[in-house]
Design a protein around this ligand. Structure first.
Ligand code: AMP
Ligand code: TRP
Length: 327
């Protein structure tokens, strides 16, 4: 059985990109030893309002359940409720070099233009993420494409630790979705679909069917009016096809075949909207029920207890290896 770990930040509303890039993959690991974390300590690398953060944390926990994760099989918990994360994060920070942190693409994107006022947490967040993963001796980390560089750093830090202090950590690998490791904006298919972009290019998991359909109908395509998968010259259409393929299970060739005799993109878009609505509607219904019920708190308490047992054991091993603990 392999150990699986992943996390999502409780900041902003989840998008179809989060779902198809990360959460849908989570569901395939329920027979493994799997940990799915609500990484609230990562959310605070940029300022958060307290009440809002608390609410978003609860909503993300509900979405984990609504998407089909079964707390009887997997461990769902809140990062700040397992202090070992922050403890190992400090150790990983001390093993990191400024240069390698400054080279992280996500850091460069987020810090760009901020100059003196760059929050230090934006820089030191990748070693924190490494700690999240190494704390469970994870083999597999299901994430979207934008996290692969952080996974490489995680392996580098694990190797550095093992080299200096003796074999302690396993080296994890990223698992990425086949077609949807990078879902692009429907309005600007050269940019990633993101939580922060509050425009019609982003489909939110909790968007109503009418809104989803409207956003897909308005999605940017091209004037060729012929469906074919070619991300270089047809980024808009190819992104829609990737979403279609991922939900329907059809290959690109099968999709092209299906619409070969239908000119234009209208019918394809309507069918895609139906697929997305069909995927999200049951999740939204369960989400409503879970938010109204009272199962969340107990589930999160038990999750934090289960996670702590494993995390504390591995933290202690690392601290002992480094000479931080007496025995
Ligand atoms: P975040 O919302 O930044 O905490 O991301 C949670 C997970 O969703 C990470 O594994 C991301 O790589 C993934 N993700 C976020 N946006 C997208 C996207 N547009 N396409 C695919 N995966 C994504
Ligand atoms: N850095 C990830 C993101 O921004 C979230 C994250 C934090 C994570 N810790 C993790 C993902 C550990 C996988 C494993 O999306």
């Amino acid at each position: 059985m392999s150990v699986v770990f992943s996390g999502i930040k409780p900041s902003g509303e989840l998008t179809l990109g989060n779902y198809l890039g990360a959460m849908a993959q989570f569901l395939t690991y329920q027979e493994e030893e799997a940990y799915f974390c609500i990484v609230n300590q990562h959310a605070i690398t940029v300022p958060q309002e307290a009440a809002e953060l608390r609410q978003q944390t609860r909503r993300l926990a509900a979405l984990y359940l609504a998407s089909g994760l079964d707390p009887e099989k997997v461990t769902i918990f809140i990062q700040s409720e397992v202090p070992a994360h922050a403890q190992l994060a400090w150790i990983m920070t001390t093993l990191s070099q400024m240069g390698e942190l400054e080279r992280m693409t996500q850091y460069k994107e987020k810090a760009g233009g901020l100059n003196e006022s760059i929050p230090a947490g934006l820089l030191t967040y990748p070693p924190f993420m490494a700690a999240d993963i190494l704390l469970y001796q994870a083999d597999v980390v299901p994430v979207g494409d934008d996290q692969q560089q952080h996974l490489e750093l995680t392996r580098t830090l694990a190797q550095r630790f093992n080299y200096r202090f003796g074999e302690t950590f396993k080296l994890p690998v990223a698992a990425v979705a086949k077609e949807t490791t990078r879902v692009m904006s429907l309005q600007d298919p050269l940019k990633k679909m993101s939580k922060s972009a509050e425009d019609s290019g982003t489909i939110l998991l909790l968007d109503s069917p009418a809104v989803i359909t409207k956003k897909i109908k308005r999605a940017v395509t091209d004037s060729e009016n012929k469906l074919s998968y070619d991300p270089e010259s047809k980024p808009g259409v190819s992104n829609l096809m990737a979403i279609y393929a991922s939900i329907s299970g059809l290959s690109y060739a099968e999709i092209e075949q299906k619409y070969a005799d239908i000119p234009g993109y209208g019918q394809f878009k309507l069918d895609l909207a139906e697929l997305v609505v069909g995927l999200l509607e049951p999740i939204q219904r369960r989400y409503g029920e879970i938010m109204a019920g009272d199962e969340l708190d107990d589930m999160l308490t038990i999750g934090a207890q289960r996670a702590s047992r494993v995390a504390n054991k591995n933290l202690h091993q690392a601290e002992y290896a480094m000479g931080l603990s007496r025995r």
